[in-house]
Write a protein that binds this ligand. Sequence first.
Ligand SMILES: [Zn+2]
Length: 107
Amino acid sequence: MKVRKVPQRKCTICQKTLSKREMLRIVRTPEGEVELDLTGKKNGRGAYICGDAEAFKKARKTKAFERALKVTLSPEQYDNLEQSFLAVQGKFKSVSCGKPDNEQAES
Ligand SMILES: [Zn+2]
């Protein structure tokens, strides 16, 4: 009886479902700060995106975090988040936000 179920989360940007490990959590803390949650355990309302720098750019463009977290983010906050994101992005090399790989290969 050793079924290990990997928790799945849906990307706010592309709606793809991935394991938590392949995703990045953005959290709005009870103090109203918005930050990357690398542990996945911080308190607050969270939104997940693929661990892909493109995903972050899309999120910024479409204000996806702001909608998901019900906050307004300043350009400075975005820059800070982006810096933190880029610092850890190496962990997610195989992840790309968007269509599943097999769909792209078919065309
Ligand atoms: Zn995605």
